[in-house]
Design a protein around this ligand. Structure first.
Ligand SMILES: *Cc1c(COP(=O)(O)O)cnc(C)c1O
Length: 363
């Protein structure tokens, strides 16, 4: 059989229609493309961590429920006592788990532009996906349009990233509450950027039984470990838990995260620096002619360039050794937009300098 024929026999058409999630090779660049925390740990904390790893029983299966880590996460994130919690190999895996658990032909909704995995995984699983266009320029929720879409299509699940990626803003919390109240399905508030804002829906978990809050340790500074969690009504969480693979959180992730979250002051210091740098970067970007930054509550800033200048600027930055994210190819509201992750002060200075060079070199 020809390979092409074999593929069309054994792979679903919706998967064949997808393109794989691409990540740029960052070797040798100042890496400001992926919302990572640029800081590592002081040597004495690393030494303590190695002792923890040394004791890990790598020949045994990990605790399938990761109970000890769940308790640490509940406390670190101040979850309500009665909340259920479920862990994923990154919050990406939790999105997959949620969507896998839906009945066939379910409808999935999310604002657009937002995190691409909601749509990608929904399409992969053959679910109906409906994007909810954000208002132009403010990137705020279009509440009227959203409530009408909910009423008409009765989605089983709605994802709302809070703050939103890639726009960086926090949607109006009253609008989100209206969406939760009007939805008969689940509403997932994705708080991947919680370390960089004080706003959260965790306190609302006890008010709404269709609300779930999802978080990750990736943006906090542990992207390499792959750990996310979702919290909400224990009944819903225990149903989702049935679809989870038993040992999805490996032992090194379990013991490393548990260890490092006992050093909250280290992360508090790092995120404080990044929040201050975000404010400084926003001001610097605002002073550059032809660059318009959007306010951000996350560890990145979205900015718009003059028409058709985003890709030339992106390339000119790369030539100067700086990798950011070019969103302009996504078109629509993201045309002419670039996104830069907040790095260390010296990395941010290098970026601003390279951006000015790039602008000056342009006709
Ligand atoms: C980065 C990001 C995630 C993915 O987090 P992982 O835990 O690393 O899988 C989820 N949601 C949003 C909005 C993100 O920006």
């Amino acid at each position: 059989m020809l390979e092409q024929d074999l593929i069309s026999t054994v792979i679903r058409p919706e998967i064949r229609a997808l393109t794989a999630y691409k990540v740029a090779d960052a070797t040798g660049y100042i890496k400001l493309d992926a919302m990572e925390n640029p800081y590592t740990w002081p040597e004495e904390i690393k030494a303590e961590w190695l002792k923890v790893i040394h004791k890990a029983e790598i020949n045994r299966y990990p605790d399938p429920e990761a109970r000890s880590l769940c308790n640490v996460l509940k406390e670190y994130n101040q979850l309500p006592e009665q909340s259920g919690i479920l862990l994923g190999n990154g919050s990406d895996e939790i999105i997959q788990l949620l969507l896998m658990s839906l009945p066939a032909n379910s409808t999935v909704m999310a604002p657009e532009p937002s995190f691409v995995m909601y749509k990608q995984i929904a399409q992969c699983l053959g679910l109906k996906y409906q994007g909810l266009p954000l208002l132009a320029e403010s990137f705020e929720l279009d509440l009227e349009l959203t409530l009408a879409a909910i009423k008409q299509q009765q989605p089983e699940i709605i994802f709302i990233a809070y703050p939103n990626n890639p726009t960086g803003n926090l949607f109006d919390s009253h609008a989100i509450e209206q969406i939760i109240q009007h939805s008969k399905g689940l509403v997932i508030i994705d708080e991947a950027y919680a370390p960089f804002t004080d706003a959260s829906f965790i306190a609302k978990l006890s008010t709404y039984n269709n609300l779930l809050v999802m978080r990750t340790v990736s943006k906090l500074g542990l992207a390499g470990l792959r750990l996310g969690f979702i919290a909400g009504q224990p009944g819903i969480i225990s149903e989702l838990n049935k679809a989870r693979l038993p040992y999805n959180i490996n032992i090194l992730t379990q013991c490393s995260t548990e260890f490092v979250l006992t050093h909250p002051e280290m992360f508090a210091q790092q995120t404080e620096i990044l929040r201050n740098e975000r404010a400084r970067m926003f001001l610097q970007l605002s002073t550059i002619h032809g660059i318009r930054p959007y306010p951000s509550a996350a560890n990145f800033i979205l900015f718009r360039t003059e028409q058709n200048k985003a890709t030339p600027i992106f390339n000119a930055l790369k030539e100067q050794g700086i990798l950011i994210k070019n969103l302009s190819p996504q078109q629509g509201p993201l045309s002419d937009c670039l996104r830069v992750t907040i790095g260390k002060p010296e990395e941010n200075n290098a970026f601003i300098k390279a951006l000015k060079n790039a602008k000056n070199a342009m006709p």
